[in-house]
Design a binder for this molecule. Structure first.
Ligand SMILES: [Mn+2]
Length: 350
């Protein structure tokens, strides 16, 4: 199940800087890429791999660690973000991916810095480091330099790029590493429904022979905290079904991800075209929209209903709005219930 409906990095603007050609190394063979990547390291190097922890970044970090093992003194993976998503925590624990927070990491201990699955302008914590190598698949940005740059925006996942490096190095990934890379490609391509190349498909096939399906299943299905089960009861008690649509307001939630889980759950109900779930998180009303997408557009509905009040939008089948509670119409803020949610939306649905 998806937690966020938009990937902020995917929205990063593509710069058209003159050095863009140098950043996209399409013309090199995998062997040449591997060679020039390995060339920047010395035996005595302590390498810090910096990531924004998500499945693709964690798997890619592990692959870098494997590529450099026995070639350098040590490799440490440091993440800048809190890992909150349960699937990601399950991946880290089950596949034993050692990581530490960048904050608290003594940077002067390291002699080489590698950034994977991201680029410096994506986050201030990333931008404060001078990197030796950057390997990524997001749109090319400018304003930074590195000795080795491999950015291939057409790729569905950085994990596919790293799988090619491993193959070029004739390294067979362990079950844990193969499962991590495989899961990363699945997540980043949303099961090949998003941006994908033939290379992603080839890597996926190659890794498939080496994964552990049970580990993968456990990672993919771990998305509910035990403490969050109560929101299903709340949703079932509070829901309103009208014209093949399910509405439910869950009140205050500890994490907005549970709204997505509950919304996705209700889309399984036969003969339901729309699911609209809301909850309060911090000072915001978070609304998750799901529909079958047939002659319906969740993104359009979200922006029509809430667009003037805050960020609202998404895709045909899934969308999201996050509205400062104080910006809602006066009448809606008094005692927000499922009926309030229904009233706000029904005006825009025929
Ligand atoms: Mn990625």
């Amino acid at each position: 199940m998806k937690t966020s409906d938009t990937n902020k990095m995917e929205e990063a603007t593509t710069s058209q800087s003159p050095d863009q050609g140098a950043r996209i190394t399409r013309r090199l063979s995998n062997k040449e890429r591997l060679r020039s990547f390995l060339q920047i390291f010395k035996r005595s190097d302590q390498v810090l791999v910096v990531i924004v922890a998500d499945p693709d970044a964690m798997a890619s970090g592990q692959a870098i660690k494997r590529l450099l093992s026995r070639r350098v003194e040590g490799v440490t993976i440091a993440h800048i973000n809190d890992i909150k998503r349960l699937n990601n925590l399950a991946m880290k624990d089950l596949l034993k991916i050692p990581m530490q927070r960048l904050r608290g990491t003594k940077q002067d201990h390291y002699t080489k810095f590698v950034l994977v699955d991201s680029q410096p302008p994506h986050h201030p914590d990333l931008a404060s480091i001078q990197y030796d190598a950057i390997i990524d698949h997001h749109p090319v940005t400018s304003g930074w330099e590195a000795s080795f740059i491999d950015i291939r925006p057409e790729y569905g996942a950085t994990a596919s790029m790293l799988t090619e490096y491993l193959k070029a190095a004739k390294i067979k990934p362990t079950v844990a590493l193969a499962t991590a890379l495989f899961y990363a490609i699945k997540v980043d391509t949303q099961n090949f429904t998003k941006k994908t190349t033939g290379s992603d498909v080839l890597c996926f096939q190659y890794l498939f022979k080496r994964i552990n399906q049970q580990l993968l299943d456990k990672i993919e299905t771990s998305d509910i905290r035990r403490s969050e089960l109560k929101y299903f009861r709340i949703a079932l008690e509070n829901m309103k079904v009208s014209k093949k649509r399910i509405y439910a307001h869950l009140g205050r939630v500890g994490n907005p991800d549970i709204l997505v889980v509950v919304a996705d759950f209700f889309t399984h109900v036969h003969d339901i075209g729309w699911v609209i779930i809301s909850g309060l998180y911090g000072e915001k009303l978070v609304v998750i929209f799901r529909c079958d997408g047939y002659k319906k557009d969740a993104g359009k509905l979200a922006s029509r209903v809430f667009g003037k009040m805050g960020p609202a939008g998404g895709h045909r089948q899934s969308a999201r709005a996050e509205i400062p509670f104080k910006d809602l119409p006066e009448a809606a803020t008094r005692n927000f219930t499922t009926n309030t949610l229904h009233r706000l939306i029904i005006k825009y649905l025929k």
